[in-house]
Design a protein around this ligand. Structure first.
Ligand code: FDA
Length: 387
């Protein structure tokens, strides 16, 4: 059996199959295994989410992920890292990160790989794959490999400098699979030039907002950048935002109109500027003040209409993206190999016997928060049981 891709799903699949007594070789063109694991989670890898459920995944076929997520849960992965004594922390509820370094997690996967008897071949450039009757021949710069089962675990297109390629899609197309349109996701958003200058003044500021697109809302921090906006709420919403759609941003999502009206009632001698300063970063309040100069006045002097206007301004700090930062900084790729043409039980292609697709190369994309690695572990483990 050959696995192409020594990333999260490929390493998991190879070790699982190796323990079953399969003769496994993992090929990767990179000079190091698991580069994305190392760079993930700010170097500490958010390796799973204890709340991982099918509702946290996007796919043209939403049922596809259910079986694997059930057969290999986040608790199963935690049990694995516990056996190796990994130190980890739960940052935001459910999100588990390595306490020290993502390298600790990669070391566990490489140890498992070694114990399972699987072989890892790095710096291996694949020239050609020839599907013959009952076997597959892979021509590489390290010579030819022949296998009965070929697992494609080449991931998505994000961060090409880390070794990402569309090779998995090419293999899929070679045997007649459909590739659903791919797009960079979990990615910072860039804004139209007119808004860019305004937002650039806020660059570096973070605040809790709610972002809504295509009827889906995330309430998490947002970060203003030189090019537009980023931070968890923005990365999350890019899984749902459609190009051309305006993002609804509420910069005071916990505030109701009644709360704002109450300010005038309860603190008539104080200004709305003072009230907002307790709620929002100073530079953002300055920007709002430029729109509403009356904010500096005593709140007793403000009219219902002014308060209403302020409320609507805060709740509709909308942004018309002109795009995203693309694969250069994206965490994942939306779309990929059509899961309607792959078995959700074995991960075998319905077009080519003996060919398997796992991980991000498939049209399965998780939310931000450890879900994408959980998909890699689950799909890798399940395929590893059948190859
Ligand atoms: P993965 O990308 O891990 O591995 C693919 C492998 O295939 C690579 O080793 C590559 O070199 C190899 N390959 C590609 N083309 C090849 C070719 N032509 N020939 C040979 N080998 C080839 N997720 C999460 O759950 N929590 C997190 O904290 C983060 N953080 C994060 C940060 C950043 C910056 C990024 C870019 C991504 C994340 N992710 C994440 C997403 C997560 O990294 C991703 O979903 C998984 O790594 C996908 O695992 P795969 O095994 O499918 O691909």
């Amino acid at each position: 059996m050959i696995v192409i891709g020594a990333g999260a799903s490929g390493l998991m699949c190879a070790a699982t199959a190796g323990y079953r007594g399969k003769k496994v070789v993992v090929l990767d063109h990179a000079n190091r295994a698991g580069k994305k694991i190392l760079m993930s989670g700010g170097g500490r890898c958010n390796f799973t989410n204890m709340d991982a459920a099918p509702k946290h995944f996007l796919s043209d076929n939403p049922h596809f992920c259910i079986s694997a997520l059930r057969r290999f849960s986040s608790q199963d992965f935690v049990d694995l890292v516990d056996r190796h004594g990994l130190d980890y922390v739960e940052k935001t509820p459910g999100q588990l990160f390595c306490e020290h370094s993502a390298k600790d997690l990669l070391d566990i996967l490489l140890t498992e790989l070694e114990w399972s008897g699987a072989e890892l071949r790095l710096n291996t450039k694949i020239h050609n794959i020839d599907f013959q009757d009952g076997q597959t021949v892979i021509k590489t710069n390290q010579g030819d490999f022949t296998c009965e089962s070929l697992v494609v675990a080449t991931g998505g297109l994000s961060i090409p400098t880390m070794g990402a390629t569309g090779f998995g899609y090419d293999i899929a197309k070679q045997v007649g699979h459909n590739i659903l349109p791919t797009r960079a996701s979990l990615v910072p958003i860039t804004v139209q030039p007119d808004r860019k200058a305004q937002l650039a003044e806020l660059s570096g500021i973070a605040c809790e907002i709610s972002a809504t697109a295509s009827g889906v809302t995330f309430q998490e921090p947002m970060l203003f950048t030189h090019r537009g906006v980023s931070g968890p709420s923005i990365l999350q919403i890019t899984n749902f935002w459609q190009p051309g759609e305006t993002l609804n941003i509420n910069i005071a999502p916990t505030l109701s109109l009644d709360d704002l009206l109450d300010v005038r009632q309860s603190t008539p001698k104080k200004s709305y500027e003072g009230f907002l300063s307790n709620l929002l970063p100073k530079r953002l309040v300055e920007l709002i003040k430029a729109e509403f100069p009356w904010l500096t006045e005593r709140s007793a002097q403000t009219s219902n209409e002014q308060i209403d206007n302020l409320f609507h301004y805060l709740a509709n700090f909308d942004i018309a993206p002109n795009g995203t930062e693309g694969y250069r900084t994206a965490e994942v790729t939306l779309g990929g190999v059509n899961t309607n043409e792959v078995s959700s039980k074995t991960f075998e292609s319905q077009k080519q016997p003996g060919l398997y697709f796992i991980g991000e190369v498939l049209d399965v994309t998780g939310w931000l928060g450890g879900y994408n690695f959980q998909w890699a572990w689950a799909s890798g483990f399940c395929a590893g049981q059948y190859v």
